[in-house]
Ligand binder design. Structure first.
Ligand code: ADP
Ligand code: MG
Length: 396
């Protein structure tokens, strides 16, 4: 079923409440990665063109007590947004009350207003995060139409997404949410085959749900990263000091059995004598890892083999770096696979916060068809779960 989007709603002169995900990383009041702001621009720009009166909601970080509000105001984010849009963004340092209400009432068509961090409502009883009925109703009363464009929060049932939606007659998806559904949703529900998944990252335990779901949906799963070693150990191989989840070895065994040859493991590794970029390092075959060394990246033979397997794919979903990409000496595998993906015709999709930052930092942002803005949300989507933030949007 197709979701209603902002193409399908009449917004001219109406007050449109938009939930965006501006939960951006900040250091000393400075935004260190504005990807999420940039990804929300198509929706905001379209609403400006369509002459809506635009009210933006977002959370920023976690707020439990009054003192947590320090440094969590959305004011700097509203200023960054104003710069991207090349127009004024009115910022209201409140999440409710007369100041907010009169600022919204005096908005002209095509004007943009940003409400303070929705999580400030968590200080007195987690009203935002527990989807307090009164709060969702109040926020909904401030507008005519609700647009959800916050994929990063779509796995949560909060007042600022599900709460507003359930008190608003017309609920549409923004372009970012639509794009996430199109790429991630298609991959898990109706992929253009062959569909190959690449799974990395540190822990099997973080990704069990995704592995199990993709074992049913994908034609192949290529394993890399720290999770490889739990699978190696499950086969009785020596893994030295590599990261292993002892309590997931049985699970790894049963996944290998269930996989019926669909699951591919690295055939060699780049090892290190300690967890450091400058550690002594060598390339070791999968059955030649020694005591005292740990695998920090996939090796060149694995890169070559995965590269060949990927040539035939029509859909590729990648979650989790295949090595410790933060260390330049152990980023080679991740870079080589990014390079491979950039040269393929397949639909290429990246999920996971670290995978996304690897792709962006190594300069592959434009070479990948879709880099998901959701960490937890993209994982739950790939697990096949239904997400409340998507469910609450009207069908066409
Ligand atoms: P994502 O955020 O994309 O879902 P994860 O959070 O699951 O990815 O995993 C990313 C982390 O995995 C990175 O910090 C990376 O250093 C780490 N990692 C990858 N390979 C290894 C390895 N062989 N040993 C230890 N850590 C690893
Ligand atoms: Mg991560």
């Amino acid at each position: 079923m197709a979701k209603k989007t902002i193409r399908d709603v009449e917004v001219e002169g109406k007050t449109v409440l938009v939930r965006v995900d501006f939960n951006v990383p900040m250091e000393d009041g400075r935004i260190t990665d504005d990807n999420r702001i940039r990804q929300a621009l198509p929706t905001i720009r379209t609403l400006i063109e369509k002459k809506a009166r635009i009210v933006l909601f977002s959370h920023l970080g976690r707020v439990k007590e009054e003192k947590d509000k320090e440094g969590k105001s959305l004011k700097p984010v509203s200023e960054a947004l104003a710069e991207h849009l090349g127009r004024e963004v009115k910022f209201v340092p409140e999440t409710r009350g007369e100041t907010l209400e009169s600022a919204i009432a005096s908005l002209e068509s095509s004007e943009v207003l940003m409400v303070e961090n929705t999580r400030f409502e968590d200080v007195n009883g987690k009203k935002e995060s527990k989807n307090d009925g009164e709060l969702g109703k109040y926020w909904a009363s401030l507008g005519d139409v609700f647009v959800n464009d916050a994929f990063g929060t779509a796995h949560r049932e909060h007042a600022s997404n599900v709460g507003i939606a359930s008190n608003t007659d017309e609920v549409a998806a923004g372009f970012l949410l639509e794009k996430e559904i199109k790429f991630l949703g298609n991959a898990v529900e109706n992929p253009d085959r062959p569909f190959i998944a690449i799974m990395g990252g540190v822990k099997v335990s973080d990704k069990i749900g995704v592995l199990e779901n993709l074992l049913e949906k994908a034609d192949m799963i290529l394993i890399g990263g720290g999770m490889s070693y739990t699978f190696m150990k499950a086969q009785g191989l020596e893994v030295g000091n590599s990261v292993v989840e002892e309590d997931k070895i049985d699970l790894a065994k049963s996944l290998l059995e269930k996989a019926e040859g669909k699951l591919f493991l690295p055939t060699d590794f780049r090892t290190a004598t300690e967890f450091s970029n400058d550690a002594e390092s060598r390339v070791a075959d999968y059955d030649d890892l020694r005591e005292g060394e740990e695998g920090l990246d996939i090796g060149p033979k694995t890169v070559e083999r995965y590269r060949e397997l990927l040539q035939n794919a029509n859909t590729i979903v990648w979650n989790g770096p295949v090595g410790v990409f933060e260390f330049s000496n152990f980023a080679k595998g991740t870079k080589a696979l990014l390079e491979t993906l950039s040269g393929l015709d397949a639909s290429t999709i990246l999920g996971g916060g670290d995978s996304a930052s690897a792709a962006i930092n190594f300069g592959y942002e434009d070479a990948i068809d879709h880099i998901s803005t959701g960490g937890g949300a993209s994982l739950e989507y790939l697990e096949g779960k239904s997400l409340p933030g998507i469910e609450c949007v009207d069908e066409k």
